[in-house]
Design a protein around this ligand. Sequence first.
Ligand code: HEC
Length: 118
Amino acid sequence: MKITKNLLIALAAFALVPAIAKADAIEDVMKGAFKGETSLFKKVTTNKGSKDEAAKLAEWCAKLKGTTPPKGDAASWTKKVDALIDASKAAARGGAAGVAALRNAGNCKSCHQAHRED
Ligand code: HEC
C-alpha cells in the first residue's frame, strides 16, 4: 500500500514537470530574445541582424506555441503568438514586409498589457 502511494506521488510529480517547464517558457523567450537594446528582436526589427540571427529569433518565437500566459484570454494569446511566429518566419525568409510584420506582432506594450501580470 505504501509503495503504491509513493509511486502515485512520484507519477504526479512527473506529470507536473512539463506544466512548470511551459510556464517558464515565456520568461525564457523574453529574456533570451526580446529583452534589451541588443536583443535578437531589436536587431532583427532594426535591420541590424544577420540572416542567422533572424532564424534564431524565429526559433525562439516558436517556443511560445502552446504556452499559457499569466493573465488574459487564451484565444487572444494564441492569436498574438501565432501572428508573432508567422512574422518571425517571414522576417527570417528576408524582406522588409516580414520585418514590418514582426515589428507589429512584437509590440511589447500591447501584449504585456493584455497578458503580463502587473
Ligand atoms: C506575444 C506577447 C508578448 C510580446 C509581443 C512581448 N512580450 Fe514580453 N512578456 C509576455 C508575457 C506574457 C510575459 C510574462 C511572462 C511570465 O510572467 O510568465 C512577458 C514578460 C517579459 C519580461 C519579463 C521576463 C522575466 O524575467 O520574467 C521582459 C523583460 C519582457 N517580457 C520583454 C519584452 C520586450 C522588450 C518586448 C518587445 C520587444 C516583449 N517583451 C514583447 C508577452 C509578450
